[in-house]
Write a protein that binds this ligand. Sequence first.
Ligand code: SF4
Length: 286
Amino acid sequence: MSATSIKTTCPYCGVGCGIVAQVSDAEQHLVEIHGDASHPANFGRLCSKGANLADTVSLENRLLYPEVDGEPCDWDTALDQVARGFKTVIEQHGPDAVAFYVSGQLLTEDYYVANKLMKGFIGSANIDTNSRLCMSSAVVGYKRAFGADAVPCSYEDLEQAELLILIGANTAWCHPIAFQRIRKAKEDNPALKIVVIDPRQTASCDIADLHLPVKPGMDGLIFNGLLSYLHFHDALDRAFIADHCEGFVEALASAIGDAADSSEVAAHCGLNQTDLLLFYRWFAET
Ligand code: SF4
């Protein structure tokens, strides 16, 4: 590679597409972005976000210093203004009248300070971040199921799967390059079945064989129902479970207690029972 050609990664989403940045003038921020053809995540492809990264490199039109009422000012003035605003509202209406919506891109230490400020100092639990809408429920699921925050499959696994289930994820919009790979895999192998479980009819449903528009908050029940179904249809891999799972007896008892009757599961989830049973059958047969 030449000195001005830098291999790096698109920073926008978790697909992690490889890019090659051709820097023709570093001072002038003149950069051209191309997909890295040798990268195993994207093999040269980029979605519109990644393809337009070069436009974000320059400092033009960025807010580099504080402004109050549209006028530039120093940091102390700006921070005093913010502190006064919080203080006035809290004095009048109490600490629960204010809230922080924090960036998911903060580091752990920054989160700690922001939480300490809101919960420990201001005295309210009103702090949330976009990360809760993004990955945190999956992270907790991975940690409880597998003991670590790590995705247990690779992109190639998605392409080789026979049944692919997208749960609460609009992959078509949020992870476009992964979606393109899935779409291509389905074109190459029409037997690949895709199930989308999402209250919304999203663009990801365009390639789905089955869409289950579950009521918000009821996805856990679908999977308790699935575990019960697999148990009652003798579709569990008992040897694998004996070798690798802890707490299975309790998990199964809990699932059966919650969701043994698929007509009730369907009713609670706001789903057509025939569709729900089709999903369970596909899963059992795969
Ligand atoms: S899918 Fe798009 S946004 Fe996500 S890493 Fe690839 S190019 Fe970037």
